[in-house]
Design a protein around this ligand. Structure first.
Ligand code: IMP
Ligand code: MG
Length: 334
């Protein structure tokens, strides 16, 4: 069974949630695990006509047999996690590592009121940056210290490595995007951690040789929330005209947008050692491709765009998103 990690090649919000939910169902994943920063992520899953907006739980929850794990590298807001477990009715199969860092109200207050973090950088205000700082100072509480989480605590690296030893299918879900990585992004307009594929593996305790596939998700146009550079940025009016205007999942803020950026995509392929690409929101560029599930049903224009991406980046596009629902996917591997 294949094991894969899903990461975002631009600034976040390329559709990792949807791609991860598709992979969990397709591969009948034994484990779907979350890496990345923490509840600053907003992953939208639309499955069986319900919309779930998750910021802690892995999007692969839609595959009902999957164990859902949160790695020790990920920050947890206990209230948010417990609410999502309730919402998705997954309490029997969720686990988090005792070493997950805990976000407290004071971190959120600081993130929301700091003129530097909220004012200049435009953070999500979820407390992640201040909690990362406290973790580096070795004063942050860990999941093992929190009574309300004790029933969920387990050895996440142990479970995932054991599953891989037994050749079971594992899907790792990253969060944020390559160019808001603390190491590889547009510093200081970045998140509080590296979020490339290597770090997502480290977040759940996997060494660099343990996975088969690195799936890089690229939206058919680029969006960014918060401050920082965005090449060829459109005005809000232009974005609305093209149908690219979006509002952010976690913060409700307006997303800035720009055309697909091959230079960024090429660098993201390099930084993540991508083996496959998922191109999402093709239907936003080519509305006639909406809801299509077979390659041969795509329009000539849509097909040309995908072929162009493959040729320029020299990586196969295996998954194509044709709408926001999990089922609105062309999967060229099946
Ligand atoms: P923070 O991660 O909340 O500290 O925010 C730092 C920057 O990263 C801001 O520009 C945020 O808008 C951006 N950011 C953080 N998480 C996400 C995400 O999941 N999607 C898109 N942008 C994000
Ligand atoms: Mg998002």
């Amino acid at each position: 069974m294949p094991s894969s990690v899903v990461v975002d090649g631009f600034f976040g919000d390329c559709g990792k949630g949807k791609v991860t939910s598709h992979l969990a169902l397709r591969d009948k994943a034994t484990i779907v695990a979350r890496g990345g920063v923490g509840p600053n992520a907003g992953h939208t899953v639309i499955f069986r006509d319900r919309t779930y907006r998750l910021s802690q739980l892995p999007s692969g929850f839609v595959y009902e047999s999957a164990r859902l794990l949160i790695g020790p590298g990920v920050l947890v807001n206990p209230n948010t996690l417990l609410e999502e477990v309730e919402l998705t009715r997954t309490s029997g199969r969720v686990g988090l590592d005792p070493n997950c860092g805990i976000i407290e109200d004071r971190h959120i207050q600081e993130d929301k009121t700091s003129s530097h973090l909220r004012g200049k950088i435009g953070t999500t205000g979820t407390g992640c940056g201040p909690a990362q700082r406290d973790r580096a100072s070795r004063t942050l509480k860990m999941a093992r210290d929190i009574d309300s989480l004790s029933h969920l605590v387990c050895d996440v690296p142990g479970e995932i490595n054991d599953a891989l030893d037994e050749e079971k299918s594992v899907v790792l879900e990253g969060s944020q995007g390559t160019f808001i990585s603390l190491f590889h992004g547009t510093y200081p307009y970045v998140t509080s951690k590296d979020v490339t594929a290597s770090s997502i593996c480290a977040d759940v305790g996997l060494g660099p040789k343990r996975l088969d596939e690195v799936i890089l998700v690229l939206k058919a146009y680029v969006t960014r929330v918060g401050a920082g550079p965005l090449e060829n940025e459109l005005t809000k009016e232009e974005a609305q005209e093209r149908g690219w205007f979006e509002v952010a999942t976690v913060t409700g803020r307006e997303r800035r947008s720009a055309p697909f950026d091959y230079q960024l995509a090429e660098r993201a392929v390099m930084l993540n050692s991508a083996t496959q690409l998922a191109v999402t929101a093709l239907d936003v560029l080519y509305p006639k491709d909406r809801g299509k599930t077979r390659w041969k049903d795509l329009t000539e224009e849509g097909t040309q765009f995908i072929r162009g991406v493959e040729e320029k980046l020299n990586v196969p596009v295996t998954l194509i998103g044709t709408g926001p629902k999990t089922r609105e996917t062309v999967d060229r591997t099946v």
